[in-house]
Design a protein around this ligand. Structure first.
Ligand code: 13P
Length: 251
């Protein structure tokens, strides 16, 4: 069976002090939750301190991005080894905001994915269509392109360490969630691509999480769908109450 994964993407929010406070609050609220993976992804500047807070708890640490080279003259960048060093277990790769503002492509996502796997991080790879692509009936083409090319060449063993996050761009930060039916339709489509790439058994073990305006009110409906294995939460992950209600809403 697939284990649910609820991850909070804090994006460019929280000073170190605020991040410690939020992590402590989550640890208090969620200490007795079992049976699913809980991940928080603070900004780089707060990783070490948040790591100290969550180490030994049921909350895993994740980062939001990194550069694919191991080290060297890449001013401003952070490597996967540096993330590992702060205590990160997970890392988000190819978020639509990185594709939109920072020139991330399927090719760069694929390079980062290979590096993350080599380093021993668990990657969360984001895919999803923009509003005009959905309206132009291109959702499936775009998602297929993202999945096939971002995850190109990954072995059968490694693919099971990857979580795919389906995040329709039009649902991110807009309050407009995909309905459980809309999300399930795409999740099922993604799983079918994996069946072709890796076979039925491996594909059935792969986790596909949904992201885009997830809240305590809509989590239950989304998680009730067969192919939705968790959530990647933005705005609602920034408060103890809302993120812990989301985690507790997964049954
Ligand atoms: P929101 O939950 O704020 O819509 O953000 C979703 C997201 O981008 C998570 O990575």
């Amino acid at each position: 069976m697939r284990r649910y994964i609820i991850a909070g993407n804090w994006k460019m929010n929280k000073t170190v002090g605020e991040a410690i406070e939020l992590a402590n609050g989550l640890k208090r609220e969620l200490y007795d939750v079992t049976g699913l993976d809980i991940v928080i992804c603070p900004p780089f500047t707060a990783l070490s301190e948040v790591s100290e807070v969550v180490t030994g708890s049921n909350i895993y640490l994740g980062a939001q991005d990194f550069f694919w080279e191991e080290k060297g003259a890449y001013t401003g960048e952070v490597s996967s080894l540096m993330l590992k060093d702060t205590g990160c277990k997970y890392v988000i790769i190819g978020h639509s905001e990185r594709r939109k503002y920072f020139g991330e492509t399927n090719e760069t996502v694929n390079k980062k994915l290979n590096t993350a796997l080599k380093t021993g991080l668990l990657p969360i790879v984001c895919v999803g269509e923009r509003l005009e692509e959905r309206e132009g009936h291109k959702t499936f083409d775009v998602v297929k392109d993202h999945v096939e090319n971002s995850l190109k060449g990954i072995s059968k063993e490694d693919i099971l360490r990857v979580t795919v996050a389906y995040e329709p761009v039009w649902a991110i930060g807009t309050g407009k969630t995909a309905t459980p039916e809309q999300a399930e339709e795409v999740h099922k489509f993604i799983r079918e691509i994996f069946i072709k790439m890796y076979g039925e058994e491996t594909a059935s073990l792969l986790r596909i999480q949904y992201g885009g305006s997830v809240t305590p009110d809509n989590i239950e409906g989304l998680m009730a769908k067969e192919n939705i294995d968790g959530a990647l939460v933005g705005g609602a992950s920034l408060k103890v109450e809302s993120f812990s209600s989301i985690v507790k809403g997964v049954k």
